[in-house]
Design a protein around this ligand. Structure first.
Ligand code: AMP
Ligand code: MG
Length: 344
């Protein structure tokens, strides 16, 4: 059995975790920076990097103490090496390098997106490759065929905004504050999802991708018109988002061979209405539906440690000069899309 220390610092969560190859999370700590960024209505990269630098080392110490362990008990050190806000990524990766150098333990440079993509296997021992993954977060909106560790086929991505970003920007237009996703979901429960006519960008389109910028603009126009309640706008926005997700995922499922499950991961997967709709789609296709527990959906270090467990089991590690990468697509073969360069 192996025990891996995982470190995450790619956005506004500073996190450390200890995870074993038998799927036990021995300890994990997450320090959120929501308070530091709230006055700006979004994550400020420079503030995030400084906060990671201040918090990470004591957080790792505390995580080891929680598990009653020292670095001697750890088999490898895994850290997010990208994609993400580069200042924060560098803080986490350099810390991991220092620990690896001091202890002589292997370093594993983890793609943050692979952390999200494999996290369902930490939660569910029965989940086998290949599976269809919908990765929906603040920075990403992709459909991936997950064939194994490091083996991904990107079937769809967003040509403009990520879905979490659309939730956050729409929430801001409604004056709901930051981060907006959870507030939008709460408000949506009080509204009528058919109460406001909103577009479903690219639904039914022959191209496989997502687009949410137009939906966000339509939310702005609906708000400015003064014709609708905020609750109806929130409910209609969420319904339009769900309709887009279902249409695009159905198309992706039809474009590949048999898969073992439909899996959702990333921060937006915390949304219960979205989960329920995807579960219904899975049932319709006679597929298992797997959604990791909410704490594993948002950014966390347990998923980074788990990706480390899977790579360590395959004998993989990285040299100490491995680079931090602001962009790092899971599927290097997938070409740029229209509106390109916006999202990895
Ligand atoms: P991540 O980028 O994976 O850390 O996820 C953060 C994103 O998930 C942010 O854009 C949040 O607004 C979004 N999010 C979190 N909870 C919810 C929710 N319940 N409904 C919709 N979006 C959410
Ligand atoms: Mg993330």
């Amino acid at each position: 059995m192996s025990t891996i220390l995982g470190i995450e610092s790619s956005c506004d969560e500073t996190a450390a975790a200890l995870v074993t190859s038998d799927r036990t999370i021995l300890a994990q700590r997450i320090a959120s920076q929501d308070e530091a960024h709230r006055p700006y209505g979004g994550v400020v990269p420079e503030i995030a990097a400084r906060a990671h630098a201040e918090r990470l080392a004591p957080l790792i110490e505390a995580t080891l103490a929680d598990a009653g362990m020292s670095l001697d008990d750890v088999d490898a050190i895994a850290a997010t090496a990208g994609p993400g806000l580069i200042g924060g990524v560098m803080v986490g990766l350099v810390t991991a390098k220092a620990l690896a150098m001091a202890t002589g333990k292997p370093l594993i440079a983890v793609n943050h997106l692979e952390g999200h993509a494999l996290s369902p296997r930490l939660a569910d021992a029965a989940l086998e490759y290949p599976y269809m993954l919908l990765l929906v977060s603040g920075g990403h909106c992709q459909i991936l065929l997950v064939e194994g560790v490091g083996k991904f086929r990107r079937l769809a991505t967003t040509i403009d905004d990520a879905l979490g970003e659309a939730f956050d920007k729409s929430a801001k237009l409604l004056g709901l504050g930051y981060p907006g996703g959870p507030a939008m979901e709460r408000l949506a429960r009080e509204g009528n999802p058919r109460g406001v006519p909103l577009p479903r960008p690219l639904v039914g389109s022959s191209e496989p991708h997502f687009s949410f910028a137009g939906l966000k603009s339509a939310v702005m126009r609906a708000k400015q018109s003064g014709l609708y309640t905020d609750a109806d706008i929130a409910a209609a926005f969420q319904q339009a988002a769900i309709d887009c997700l279902i249409d695009r995922t159905r198309r992706a499922l039809a474009s590949v061979g048999p898969v073992n499950a439909l899996v959702v991961a990333g921060g937006v997967a915390a949304n219960k209405a979205i989960r329920a709709s995807l579960e219904a789609l899975a049932t319709e296709h006679r597929l298992d539906f797997v959604a990791p527990p909410l704490a594993l959906c948002t950014d966390n270090a347990a998923m980074i440690a788990w990706a480390g467990v899977e790579r360590f089991a395959l004998g993989q590690s990285d040299p100490l000069d491995v680079a931090a990468r602001p962009r790092w697509p899971l599927d290097p073969e997938a070409g740029a899309v229209r509106g390109a360069g916006v999202k990895a």
